[in-house]
Design a protein around this ligand. Structure first.
Ligand code: ARG
Length: 589
């Protein structure tokens, strides 16, 4: 079903057309003066200009046409020719109730088109840190919104498992344990069990990285190890495999805590075998050329206002680069999925890298012309001091630690709000977990991805204000109310609405008609903040309805049933909307 706003636009467009005016001018939007009207159409002014007429006169002709429509309640002309529109309560109800249907009343705009989201990017052998948080949160929400909008959206983690960091760790291990079988070229069978644990890696990688920074020769050794790994040296490959397995276990645990899930667990290494033939092809097409001993693709254009450097395919030493694997990954994605769209959710500082990759993919036709490649670059997560978020000691915080401190903070806030008393320890921890994830995610998602935002743990875990915990609290409150209500009691239907609705009921009902367009708004703007705002306002509308209207104690049957129905719709949208944002609602709180 189309949304109320779309249908109003259609009706008003028809009215314009009947009067010989451009139907596009009949666009209707939600009023920016809700105190005056529910909806408005501002097209009369432009139409008057085109027709050389008085705008109020045009508005009045449109109003006469609109009056014929059965769902219009009240029309008014304001100022120079704004048309204010109010809709009948039973019409509002008819659209709002769609959110209780299977697809929640969300228009299918995707029609099954395939979209791939690349929003992981954690690196093997390195601990996940806060830098990976925004990608996970935003990417997961976008992917879910696309799926609700009828797309076939899948997420690919795209592990960083083929870069110099692998060579750094391997060469470090070789220096420390030259006697290990992995470094003896006469050996071809290697132990099943990993000789290193995750804890070991947490010490080894920073040590290796620091050593390489200080000493050019040590770095050269790491580069050499990277090339040999990529070329398939058996001992290195075996050691690499251990590192991938050990790291993936931790990576999976982190994402599971965040309620973030990937359909594809591919990495940079997965496409290694595609690289040689791909590069051969690029050479034959004269798109790949040698420059200073490296093999590159020139991607700059005359129209560029700043310099776009070439994409390096092979370094002088023969190692493949970050861009090479990204290009080969696009080749693979085309081969298996022929996606309509590939969307990357990565730190905005990688903008140039993706510009290079996208240009190379299009120039070589690795990605067909019609396929949309989108880069969503997210901004920085700052601390309360306004500078990039750091630990107290000034280091980069591990993701695991961030999840831990958020959990503790959530527990503290629950105690302050007297939420913990009724539950045993396991239940309390489960609720605190959901509260903390809601807090962290909602604080991010209410902003446009491009903008920076402040990670203020104290504020975001509060049960008041524009926070995740506030939304959870509202959802749970409705839950317990509906649990108390007898299911037989919630039978309101359209032709049995109360004769008179109070303003809080109308406001809530009107808001409830806008769920579809706000979910689709996430897709159209590639930004979950649209739905986040909608849900926050829904909670506010519900709250004022709840404090002004009796529900269970209401004596009039029709009114009580209708109010329970409002609760039911609010709950359905709140739970589904939060689910799209990747936020789980606890049963009780
Ligand atoms: N591993 C990269 C990093 O840590 C992020 C990967 C982003 N995705 C991609 N397809 N390049 O910076």
């Amino acid at each position: 079903m189309t949304s109320l706003l779309d249908d109003l636009t259609e009706t008003t467009g028809n009215a314009f057309e009947t009067l010989g005016l451009n139907r596009m001018l009949g666009a209707v939007r939600v009023s920016d003066r809700p105190d005056l009207a529910q909806f408005q159409c501002n097209g009369a002014m432009a139409a008057a200009k085109q027709a050389g007429k008085n705008p109020r006169e045009i508005a009045s002709d449109v109003v006469s046409e609109l009056q014929k429509s059965p769902f219009i309640d009240k029309l008014e002309i304001a100022g120079p020719g704004f048309i204010n529109i109010n809709v009948k309560a039973d019409t509002l109800y008819k659209y709002a109730i769609e959110s209780l249907s299977d697809n929640l009343g969300i228009d299918n705009i995707g029609q099954g088109a395939k979209v791939i989201f690349d929003y992981g990017g954690p690196n093997v052998a390195k601990a996940m840190h806060v830098g990976h948080l925004r990608s996970a949160i935003i990417g997961e929400a976008l992917k879910r919104a696309y799926n609700f909008a009828g797309y076939d959206a899948i997420g690919d983690i795209h592990l960083g498992d083929w870069g110099t960091q692998m060579g750094m760790v391997i060469s470090e291990l070789e220096n420390r344990h030259p006697d290990w079988p992995y470094f003896d070229d006469s050996i071809t069978e290697f132990p099943q069990e990993s000789p290193i644990t995750l804890r070991d890696l947490e010490e080894i990688y920073p040590a290796a990285s620091a050593a390489c920074k200080q000493d050019e020769q040590r770095l050269e050794q790491a580069r050499q190890a990277t090339v040999e790994l990529q070329n398939g040296r058996p001992g290195y490959r075996a050691l690499w495999k251990h590192m991938v397995e050990v790291s993936i276990e931790a990576i999976k645990a982190n994402y599971a805590r965040l309620n973030v899930h990937f359909e594809l667990w591919n990495g940079e290494a997965s496409v290694h075998n595609l690289i040689a033939p791909m590069v051969q092809d690029l050479k034959e097409k004269k798109l790949a050329v040698t420059s200073d001993g490296a093999l590159v693709m020139h991607v700059s254009k005359d129209s560029d206002s700043k310099e776009i450097p070439p994409l390096i395919l092979y370094k002088k030493d023969g190692a493949v680069m970050y861009g090479t694997t990204d290009l080969a990954t696009l080749l693979e994605r085309e081969k298996y999925f022929q996606p309509e769209k590939v969307t990357y959710v990565v730190d905005k500082r990688q903008n140039l890298h993706f510009e290079q990759v996208f240009r190379a993919a299009k120039a070589s036709k690795i990605t067909p012309e019609k396929t949309d490649l989108t880069f969503i670059g997210y901004g920085t997560m700052n601390g309360t001091d306004g500078k990039p978020f750091k630990t107290r000691e000034g280091g980069v915080m591990k993701l695991e630690d961030l999840i831990k401190i958020s959990h503790e903070k959530a527990l503290q806030k629950m105690n302050e709000a007297n939420i913990t008393g009724k539950f045993d320890e396991a239940q309390t921890n489960d609720i605190a977990h959901k509260v903390s994830i809601a807090a962290v995610k909602f604080a991010d998602l209410q902003n446009h991805p491009n903008s920076d935002y402040v990670f203020d743990l104290d504020r975001m875990t509060s049960f008041e204000g524009k926070t995740g915990p506030y939304l959870l609290y509202q959802a749970v409150r409705i839950n317990s109310l509906l649990e108390k209500a007898d299911q037989d009691d919630i039978t309101a239907h359209q032709d049995n609405l109360p004769e008179h609705l109070v303003s809080q009921e109308i406001d809530l009902l009107l808001h409830l008609t806008q769920f579809s367009e706000n979910t689709l708004g996430v897709v159209k703007n590639n930004s979950p903040h649209v739905l986040s705002d909608y849900l926050y306002k829904l909670a506010q509308n519900f709250s004022s309805f709840y404090s002004n209207c009796h529900i269970m104690s209401e004596e009039n049957d029709v009114t009580r049933q209708f109010r329970l129905k409002l609760c039911q719709m609010t709950r359905a949208q709140m739970v589904a909307g939060l689910n799209i944002l990747g936020i789980d609602v606890p049963e009780k709180m």
